[in-house]
Design a binder for this molecule. Structure first.
Ligand SMILES: [Zn+2]
Length: 179
């Protein structure tokens, strides 16, 4: 049995990661689309900010029927962490690749304090290919590789959109107000 390929699409919020995943999914006839059960913003869909969407399954453990598919797409992979995910998502993903599954996964490489997400960091280290996306800085429109949080809430894993997060360049990234 041949090994699959793991492609990681990493970057800050507002970089277009979901749009890339949706486009990749549509290239293949049989794709398993997964999203973390933790992220309840989009229900059972992958959503891009440009308005495209794709049905997805919310998971809190590795799906047993993944072996029935040739390709899998996982969005917001940094959310596949305990206590929201049962087990080690990285080990599950690498075992699935070894069994022949092709995976394209997207996630934040760093949190709003610029600390690496362990899951994304480990997947990037193990990936066959890493695609780093940049957003546009909400202040100056320059290329932005950081996610900034507008106000401190005390939660590292917290869903939100433009009301809570912004993309920022090196010059304009700051810690949240109230931190
Ligand atoms: Zn800027």
């Amino acid at each position: 049995m041949s090994c699959g390929k793991l492609v990681v699409i990493a970057g800050p919020m507002f970089a277009g990661k979901s749009a890339h995943l949706i486009a990749e999914s549509k290239k293949h006839a049989s794709t398993l689309n997964l999203a973390p059960a933790f992220d309840t913003r989009s229900g059972a869909f992958l959503h891009s900010r440009e308005g495209s969407r794709l049905p997805a399954r919310s998971v809190s453990e590795w799906p047993r029927d993944a072996r029935d598919y040739a390709h899998a797409i996982i969005d917001e992979v940094h959310f596949l962490a305990p206590p929201f995910y049962a087990g080690d998502a990285v080990a599950d993903i690498l075992a699935a690749r070894a069994a022949g599954l092709h995976l394209t996964v997207g996630g934040l490489d760093t949190d709003y304090l610029r600390k690496p997400f362990d899951i994304t960091r480990r997947l990037m280290a193990a990936a066959d290919r890493v695609c780093r996306l940049e957003a546009r800085c909400h202040v100056c429109d320059a290329p932005a590789r950081w996610t900034a949080k507008k106000r401190e809430t005390g939660q590292v894993l917290e869903t939100g959109d433009g009301e809570l997060y912004e993309a920022r360049c090196d010059a304009h990234w700051t810690t949240p107000e109230g931190a």
